[in-house]
Design a protein around this ligand. Structure first.
Ligand SMILES: [Mg+2]
Length: 224
């Protein structure tokens, strides 16, 4: 398995809301749910962080596509498989929609690899973010039904020059929320506004900032 695992269910915006064209890239563990050093290994291990559904619902009400981008190496470590991943994510979707009916994830993209697999999707590499850009901002996106697949990353995105300036974003409101520098690196490589959160609090800690179009996000250098 070379590419990331894509769970795709785009185009659901609240009534009377249109896409603003921007993507909110959201890390999972430590941002939406409580993370664990020994991984989240099943749906029963998911604990949603306080007010995380409200934050996702509000991003949808503002017209953002919402895409989770998550590194889950237990898959390539052989601890569990994609079926287990999908059951964890179904539970995550259910819990979010229970608390906020607009808290819909347009995509969930998972890198299953370990560091030594030398893939293009494991954050800080931006491969998963490029896949989301290509699929969600495709004019035919709404015509595609939900699907699950493993995708290849286009070779033009394979090499990031970490010594250059931060990239220009595809959309000026694109944003990334994460709890680690590896998240920030992936967002930096696609020019997103970057918001780093404490893992015990998650996305609620930056709620006011991410809904403020004028907030340019946190300063970040991938070399430090
Ligand atoms: Mg995390």
């Amino acid at each position: 398995m070379r590419g990331p695992i894509v769970e795709y269910s785009p185009g659901k915006f609240p009534k009377d809301v249109d896409s603003n064209g921007a993507i909110a890239f959201i890390d999972r563990d430590g941002v939406l749910n409580i993370g664990s050093a020994s991984y989240i290994n099943g749906p029963d291990e998911l604990t949603i962080l306080e007010n995380a559904p409200r934050a996702i619902g509000e991003l949808k009400r503002l017209g953002f596509f919402v895409c989770i981008v998550t590194n889950q190496s237990p898959i390539m470590r052989g601890l569990w498989d994609e079926k287990q991943l999908f059951s964890i994510h179904q539970r995550l979707r259910d819990l979010f929609l229970e608390q906020d009916q607009d808290a819909h994830f347009d995509m969930i993209i998972t890198c299953p690899h370990r560091h030594r697999d030398n893939c293009d999707c494991r954050k800080p590499n931006p491969g998963m973010l490029h896949v989301a850009d290509q699929m969600l901002r495709n004019p035919n996106a709404n015509k595609i039904n939900s699907k699950q697949e493993i995708v290849e990353i286009d070779s033009e995105y394979k090499h990031v020059n970490w010594w250059k300036e931060k990239a220009s974003p595809k959309h000026e409101l694109d944003l990334l929320v994460g709890d680690r520098n590896s998240d920030m690196g992936a967002g930096w490589a696609v020019g997103a506004r970057l918001f780093k959160v404490p893992e015990a609090i998650g996305i609620d800690s930056v709620f006011k900032r991410i809904v403020d179009e004028k907030d340019q996000g946190d300063e970040f250098s991938p070399l430090r």
